[in-house]
Design a protein around this ligand. Structure first.
Ligand code: ADP
Ligand code: GLC
Length: 471
């Protein structure tokens, strides 16, 4: 089966968050099952692409509004990736050094989607499934059915995966002029609540819709930033499939980013070496338990509460804390300023650092995830694989993947996103940590949990098969 994944992110080429990790691994696992999965994404001008070799694979043209735009598709095939990546390049539009946050976001995403459709139409010999990810690709299923010029694509099944319904990409109706002609009576398939809504369009028009965990799908039917009624209406074609992790990249035994590799049998010495590196490097106290947060410093992650959580917990206990992330300026500043208050026990690295994230998963004792919204969450799965106990709010995929120690599980869970709840969980973690035998037993247990893609990659294949008519 030939599968084309359409996305704005793909690790290691362009990563902002977990979307990239999923696109950087799911296709490889699908290929391992004997399929032919590819990724198509916008070209990005960064260190990775500067160092990589590309083949100029196709050149085509699209019409966007009153503009004729030529695009080039570069092909990157690297044995390390395990799948082919196509990158759509358009000078002055799809040539930036960062993925998001541009003023011409609408033009960028529409030009990308039109190029993808033109590419499938003219350059791909065969395609069984078009699998779109998040709102930047939400017009594709609509245009494949109702867009003028794409008649040939009508019978190719589409799957739309919602990685995060917080971001819907809403546009004014004037932006519809960017799309090619379509039957105007179908305009209701593109909007929601008086705005053009690419996420809603993806949900309405794709043959099947998935979310990245079963529990998130349930949650969205009650609260989806206004899309809950739509998700209720479309529930028959919706399914939650839990993300997996790339156990080749995220393997403490072979991870080249670690100071020292380890496996279950050597976890104590291996993790000690990684913690020592963190403590030496960031002036932390080695003998105190280390609590970490890694992620985007945004409201949905509960990051706005971190300064207070840290202040409260660090004032009353002897813990160390390390934060790695970037996002809201106010949170960044507050987190930075705590460095002066808790000397030798606290560090905030404001920014993005892949290597440091790996070392934190390997060296911290506990990982905090007080998320308000967490469609799946990969951090907790990486933490588990590296032997770091997760402390999570029971929401979205966190509820599907972490069981509280009080319920016979291996993590610490709380229900509210309140400073008090998280601080209480930290106290529970400390009580656990004091019993080193029980703590180490849990570490060994969590390192054995299998969150690899094998099962979920197969679930996607089953879903695709249910859409492909028998030959
Ligand atoms: P989301 O996609 O909502 O940000 P996920 O838990 O799915 O959350 O994935 C986050 C991914 O991004 C993980 O691979 C995590 O390690 C990584 N990450 C987040 N922030 C940073 C950062 N500042 N530096 C390095 N890696 C980060
Ligand atoms: C989104 C979600 C995150 C999920 C990731 C990958 O960014 O916020 O919870 O793990 O997508 O699906």
């Amino acid at each position: 089966m030939t599968i084309l994944h359409v996305s704005f992110e793909c690790y290691p080429i362009a990563k902002v968050g977990g979307l990239a990790d999923v696109l950087g691994s799911l296709p490889r696992y699908q290929n391992n099952f004997g399929h032919s999965a590819h990724v198509i994404m916008p070209f990005i001008d960064n260190d990775f692409t500067k160092k990589s070799e590309f083949e100029k694979f196709y050149a085509g043209a699209i019409v966007m509004g009153d503009q004729r735009i030529t695009y080039t598709v570069f092909k990157l095939t690297s044995p390390d990736l395990g799948f082919t990546v196509y990158m759509v390049y358009i000078p002055k539009l799809l040539d930036r050094s960062s993925v998001y946050g541009h003023r011409d976001e609408a033009e960028r995403s529409v030009a990308f989607q039109l190029s993808v459709l033109d590419f499938i139409n003219n350059a791909m010999q065969h395609c069984d499934i078009v699998h779109c990810h998040d709102h930047h690709t939400g017009f594709v299923p609509f245009l494949m059915t109702h867009g003028q010029g794409y008649m040939n694509l009508r019978n190719i099944p589409t799957v739309f995966t919602i990685h995060n319904a917080q971001y819907q990409g809403q546009l004014g109706y004037d932006k519809l002029n960017l799309l090619p002609n379509f039957d105007r009576q179908k305009i209701g398939l593109l909007d929601w609540d008086q705005r053009v809504n690419p996420l809603a369009a993806g949900i309405k028009n794709a043959w099947k819709v998935t979310t990245v965990s079963p529990n998130y799908m349930k949650e969205l039917q009650n609260n989806a930033n206004g899309l809950e009624r739509l998700l209720q209406n479309e529930s028959k074609k919706c399914k939650g499939i839990l993300n997996g992790i790339d156990t080749a990249t995220w393997n403490p035994e072979t991870d080249a980013m670690l100071v020292k590799n380890y496996k279950i049998g050597t976890l104590v010495s291996g993790r000690k070496a990684n913690k020592k590196w963190l403590c030496d490097h960031f002036d932390l106290t080695f003998n105190a338990p280390l609590f970490a947060f890694i992620g985007r410093l945004v409201h949905e992650k509960g990051a706005d509460l971190l300064p207070e959580i840290i202040e409260e917990s660090m004032s009353n206990t002897n813990i160390n804390c390390i934060v790695l992330g970037s996002g809201h300026q106010d949170t960044e500043e507050k987190l930075r300023s705590l460095k002066d208050v808790f000397k030798h026990r606290y560090h905030a690295h404001i920014g993005y650092n892949e290597q440091l994230s790996h070392r934190i998963y390997a060296g911290a004792d506990f990982l905090l995830m007080p998320s308000r919204v967490e469609p799946c969450g990969l951090n907790q799965m990486y933490a588990l694989r590296y032997g770091t106990l997760p402390i999570v709010r029971r929401t979205g995929g966190l509820k599907d993947t972490v069981i509280d120690i009080g319920d016979g599980g291996f993590g610490i869970c709380h229900d509210q996103v309140l400073v008090w709840d998280v601080c209480y969980s930290i106290k529970r973690a400390l009580a656990l940590y004091e019993n080193q035998n029980a703590y180490k037993k849990l570490q060994r247990q969590i390192m054995k949990i299998d969150h690899s893609w094998d099962r979920s990659a197969q679930e996607y294949i089953n879903l695709y098969n249910s859409l492909i008519p028998p030959k």
